[in-house]
Design a protein around this ligand. Structure first.
Ligand code: 5RP
Length: 232
């Protein structure tokens, strides 16, 4: 089974948690897109959902495939969000933002009663941090913000490199009009402490650590998809 087939398996199992009439947060990325394709098939068969997309990219795919959408302001409380992740550990703490949609993804997940993460098993790790942590920063004062992040990280014993994300020759711009710093700190033993430190920096808009948001993960490997509940 190749990685794409694993993503489809995870998306299929996650779809079984979606009930008729649900208000659904719809994630961003290649795994979430497999979910959208499967959901669209069900919708074409008469299944009713209202979706809130977590990015313009996801919104375009949903419109193309006929998945009904609303804005989060029109439907501010959601039953379930299904989204991918770049890394997850057994507590279901996540690193997200590889696709640049972490801010909307976090807002949508926080507005949902439940969040199910879908991923291929390569993303399940003992300790987060092999994947660079995306940090969304305000365009104003980006250099000062970067210095503050470096100082905060060093205080927590984290060192490494940070790179402003590019899109071709241009700086990558999020849907919200911000930049992303990809921080390669290595192992993140205390995600809560790093999250608190980053939230204390004024130029940080949001970061890609999702703590206590995911209620379930569906992880797929060679043997098919399995459900993981958060460990204590
Ligand atoms: O957080 C995300 C986008 O901001 C994605 O969910 C994450 O990057 C995983 O993407 P993919 O399913 O393509 O591996």
């Amino acid at each position: 089974m190749d990685t794409r087939q694993m993503k489809i398996k995870a998306a299929e199992l996650a779809l079984s948690y979606v009930e008729d009439g649900m208000r659904l947060g719809i994630g961003t990325g290649s795994t979430a897109e497999e979910f959208v394709r499967l959901l669209a098939e069900k919708v074409a068969g008469g299944f009713k959902v209202q979706g809130v997309p977590t990015s313009e990219r996801t919104a375009r795919l949903c419109v193309e495939l006929g998945v009904p959408l609303m804005s989060l302001d029109e439907m501010p409380e959601l039953d379930l969000t299904i989204d991918g992740a770049d890394e997850l550990d057994r507590r279901l703490t996540l690193i997200k933002g590889g696709g640049g949609a972490l801010l909307r993804e976090k807002i949508v997940a926080a507005a949902s009663s439940r969040m199910i993460v879908i991923a291929d098993e390569t993303k399940l790790v003992e300790t987060l941090g092999a994947y660079p942590l995306p940090i969304e920063i305000n365009v104003f004062g980006g250099v000062a913000t970067r210095i503050s992040i470096e100082k905060a990280a060093v205080k927590l014993g984290l060192t490494g490199t940070m790179a402003l994300r590019m899109s071709g020759d241009d700086l990558f711009m999020t849907d919200g009009g911000h930049y992303i710093l990809d921080a390669s700190f290595g192992r993140i033993p205390d995600a809560e402490a790093l999250s608190r430190a980053l939230h204390g920096i004024p130029g940080v808009v949001e970061h890609g650590l999702f703590i206590g948001l995911a209620s379930l993960a569906v992880v797929a490997g060679e043997d098919g998809a399995r459900v993981i509940e958060p460990s204590a």
